[in-house]
Design a binder for this molecule. Structure first.
Ligand SMILES: *Cc1c(COP(=O)(O)O)cnc(C)c1O
Length: 432
């Protein structure tokens, strides 16, 4: 009935999430409020970990792409589950390190790492730097030489795959701002240059074709392009890769019409394609990496708001305004992302009227979700947006000087704060 099995109607007919009363949580912690179902996060990690154990060589590892939702507690959960992590900035590196995460299991990404970021990542002992382009290779080599270390690295290659997802999150095509393309010969040139760097230990290749990917065989096609490239590089330059990172991107279910992917089965199919290719190319099976972000945390999240004004403009539009908005969830404004919206008091009722659920920012584009059928709420009622665990808190802003909501973790029948609510004092903390 709902998009994820952690959403239900409680015995009182009201909304429950991860087995807990949404109303009780809103009363205890206030609104707007990010809820995170910790048990679901762990479950999602285990789907990947179990599939990796079944399908890939020992030493293969799923990495949580922490840009999806980055705060201290999440890195501790990843450490406890045995996941590696992707980090994309000094800020994410710092947060992971402060959480006690073993940075030897971290991979540092980004299309424009600054010299300071590169130095900081080495200082913090980040395991791998994923080198994006030739200019960055020089910067990494220079910094590693300065420190007298040999930095492990992957090269980010653009395989030329279009995953048919939103334009803004497609990253695997030749013209992407990320990575170095195979098609133009630049990937080969980058490899040759890397092999000449004495302070870089190249362990393999990385690619990432996009996000919210549902396509049948996108990862199989990507694996094939990458392995053919690897085999060609072996025959031309004598380099055999030990690792292959296929990136992240598996899609999640936001609305009823989205499919629910069986990720374990998906990985099995990638593995069988990989094994067949390795056999036919006589290439040693690489250690595999994948980088799920969204599919680890999205369906573990729910955002709870309080309804303020409810207004009807007859013949035009109907609005429900809530006490958050694009500051805590910019994804509809950015990508037109779809979400399921529920009223806490009557989650099972559809309602006749279509509403635009909008935020409180001074911006007409501050829409959380247009055109949702709901019963008419009253001012003060609670409204929930489902599947907000990915790219909500991590993309949140203080536009209009609106403080960011807290994150409350749900585990069994317990709840605990993982991130406190921002205060007005927090907002001026850096003003001088
Ligand atoms: C964003 C990103 C991911 C995670 O993508 P999801 O769609 O959240 O799984 C993984 N790897 C890289 C390099 C990324 O940029």
């Amino acid at each position: 009935m709902f998009v994820c099995e952690n959403i239900a109607v409680g015995a009182d007919g009201r909304l429950s999430f991860a087995g807990q009363s949404v109303r009780a949580l809103a009363e205890e912690y206030g609104t707007p409020l990010y809820l995170m179902d910790e048990d679901r996060i762990r479950h999602n990690c285990r789907v990947y970990l179990d599939a990796f154990r079944r399908c890939f060589r020992t030493g293969s590892m799923p990495l949580y792409a922490s840009k999806a939702n980055s705060f201290r507690r999440i890195y501790q959960i990843m450490a406890e589950e045995g996941m590696g992590v992707d980090v994309v900035s000094a800020g994410e590196i710092y947060t992971a390190a402060q959480a006690g995460f073993d940075m030897a299991n971290a991979y540092f990404h980004g299309n424009n790492k600054t010299p300071e970021d590169i130095a900081f990542s080495m200082e913090q002992g980040v395991g791998w730097i994923v080198i994006d382009c030739a200019g960055e290779l020089e910067a990494v080599e220079a910094e590693a030489a300065r420190r007298g270390i040999r930095q492990k690295a992957l090269l980010r290659i653009t395989p030329g795959i279009d995953p048919h997802t939103y334009e803004a999150v497609a990253t695997g095509r030749v013209d992407s701002k990320f990575g170095t393309p195979i098609e133009t010969g630049q990937a080969e040139a980058l490899l040759i240059q890397t092999l000449q760097c004495p302070h870089i230990e190249l362990t393999g290749f990385h690619c990432h074709v996009g996000s919210q990917v549902f396509g049948e065989d996108v990862f199989e096609r990507t694996a094939e392009v990458m392995l053919r490239f690897m085999a060609e590089m072996r025959s031309r330059h004598g380099y055999t890769a030990q690792q292959l990172d296929l990136g992240g991107g598996y899609g999640v279910r936001y609305v009823d019409t989205d499919p629910a992917l069986d990720i374990g089965a998906k990985i099995e199919r990638v593995a069988s394609t990989l094994k067949a290719l390795c056999a036919s190319l006589d290439y040693p099976e690489p250690l595999m990496l994948m980088e799920p972000g969204r599919s680890i945390v999205a369906d573990a999240g729910m955002t709870v708001y309080r309804v303020g004004s409810v207004r009807k403009i007859p013949g035009f539009k109907n609005y429900i305004s809530v006490d958050g908005g694009m500051t805590d969830n910019p994804r509809f404004a950015l990508y037109g992302s779809r979400y399921s919206v529920l009223l806490e008091a009557s989650p099972a009722e559809k309602g006749e009227t279509a509403w635009d659920v909008v935020g409180r920012c001074c911006e007409s584009g501050d829409i959380l979700q247009p055109n949702v059928n709901l019963p008419e709420p009253n001012c003060g009622d609670l409204l929930a947006i489902c599947t907000t665990g990915a790219y909500n808190y991590s993309m949140a802003s203080n536009y209009n000087r609106i403080p960011r909501p807290p994150i409350v973790m749900l585990h069994g029948s317990q709840s605990s704060l993982a991130v406190k609510r921002e205060t007005l004092e927090d907002l001026i903390r850096l003003d001088v």
